[in-house]
Design a protein around this ligand. Sequence first.
Ligand code: IMP
Ligand code: MG
Length: 183
Amino acid sequence: MDALSNDVAEVLISQERLCERIHELGRQISADYAERAPALICVLKGGYLFLADLTRALSIRHSVDFMAISSYGRSTQSSGVVRILKDLDADISGKDVLVVEDIIDTGRTLSYLIENLRSRGPNSLRICTLLSKPARREIELHVDYVGFEIPDEFVVGYGLDFAEAYRNLPYIGILKPEVYQRD
Ligand code: IMP
Ligand code: MG
C-alpha cells in the first residue's frame, strides 16, 4: 500500500465502474448530439481525467476548451466566492455547449459559471457531472447528465483533490476525516 491510498477510508467507486459508466454517458451524449458538434468545456482542475475519458467515449465530432475557477483552497467547505482563474480560448456564441464537471456539491460554483456562460449567447447549454451530492445542494440546478449520485462524504481521486493531492488515484475514494481535520 502506498501513502496516498492509506488516507482513503473506503473505495466508493472502482476504476471498473467509472469506466463502464463513462462509456454509457459517452453513448448517450453521442446520441443526443448527433449531427451537432458540441463544445465540451472542462472545469479545471478536477474535471481533467473525466474529460479525457469522456471525450474518448464519444463517437461524434466535438471540441474541447478549458476554464478554471476558484475552489475551496485547502478547506473542504465552499466559500461561496467564485473567481475565474482561466477563461475559455474560444467564443461560444451560437455553440452547443456541454460543461464537464467533476462534482456538484452545494451548486454554488456551477450556478455562477452557468450564468456567466449563458451571457455569452450559446445555442444550448447543458451540464455533465461525474459526481453529484444531492444532499448538499443549496442552489437548484438542472443537471443533464450525472455519472453517480454519492452520499455526503468528502471524496478524492480520479481528478478530485484535497489540498492538490490524491488526484491521481484511479478510483473515487472517501478520504479519512482525520486527514482533513489535521490542520
Ligand atoms: P460547490 O460550489 O459546493 O458545488 O463545489 C464544487 C467544487 O467543490 C467542486 O468542483 C470541487 O472542486 C469541490 N468539491 C466539492 N466536494 C468535493 C469533494 O467531496 N471532494 C473534492 N472536491 C470537492
Ligand atoms: Mg471542480
